[in-house]
Every structure is written in C-alpha cells, then in structure tokens.
Unconditional design. Structure first.
Length: 141
C-alpha cells in the first residue's frame, strides 16, 4: 500500500502519525547538524553517512516469533543514512533480524534491523541495513 501513494499523501501520512520518540536534551544538538558525517575511529563502514533529521513512518513486518508485533504504522525519526544503511530513532526496542518499511516523503525503503541501542526511555537508536542500495538524492528528495 505504501508504494502506491503519491508524494502529498506520503507527507500527510507522516504528519498525521504520532511520533512517540522522546529525544533526550543532550542529543538535540547532534540532531541539528546536517551533512556528511565523519566516522569514528572504531567504526567500520562500507560507505559515507549523511546526517539528516527527517520525520518518517515505520511499518513493522516479519517480526520474530518470540516477539510478535502489532501491525500498523508508527512515527520515527531518521537520523542518518548511506547507500547501504539508515540510522533511525524509534520509541521501542527492536531486535536484529526484524524487518520493517520506512516511509519518507520521497520514497519507501525496506530494511532489516542489525543493531538497537537504548539511548533513553522511549528512544532507541536502530541501525538498519537497506534491502538495496539507494542514491542520496532518492532519499533526500
């Protein structure tokens, strides 16, 4: 369904779905920066990361048998992305191998959770690997 809606419908859906992520105050400044992100000394990345803050809608599917998830849409915050992956702030803990779809105003991408780290209550940092490579302009449009 998400692939068949137009740009205006995507934007309306993103605005309408509440985002329950509670970003801590000390993270607010880091979310204000936009542009190319430098890698840390202990990071091994396949491509350049681009920092961006965008509201998004997440649809979970393919949940793990031990942790069934309800169907539906929830709000999230895209923190950064690259050709191969995406960083997302989400309101609850997800586990590696869980599948989801991230709806941005310009595009809908399917991904697999590879990492989840608790930042604060109702704020988890997800590391996603995308099902296919994307050009930066596809994700930014």
């Amino acid at each position: 369904m998400l692939d068949t809606i137009d740009l205006d419908q995507r934007r309306q859906l993103i605005e309408r779905i509440p985002c329950r992520v509670r970003v801590p105050d000390d993270w607010q400044r880091s979310l204000e920066a936009e542009g190319c992100a430098a890698s840390q000394a202990n990071e091994f990345r396949a491509g350049m990361r681009y920092r961006v803050v965008r509201r998004a809608v997440v649809q979970l599917y393919g949940s793990l048998p031990a942790f069934p998830r309800p169907e539906g849409y929830t709000g999230a915050i895209v923190q950064d992305f690259s050709r191969h992956g995406m960083g997302v702030l989400y309101h609850e803990q997800l586990f590696p191998e869980e599948r989801l779809r991230v709806l941005l105003p310009s595009i809908s991408v399917e991904a697999t959770v590879i990492r989840c780290r608790r930042v604060a209550q109702s704020c988890y940092q997800l590391g996603l690997v995308l099902d296919r490579d994307y050009r930066l302009r596809e994700l930014l449009a």
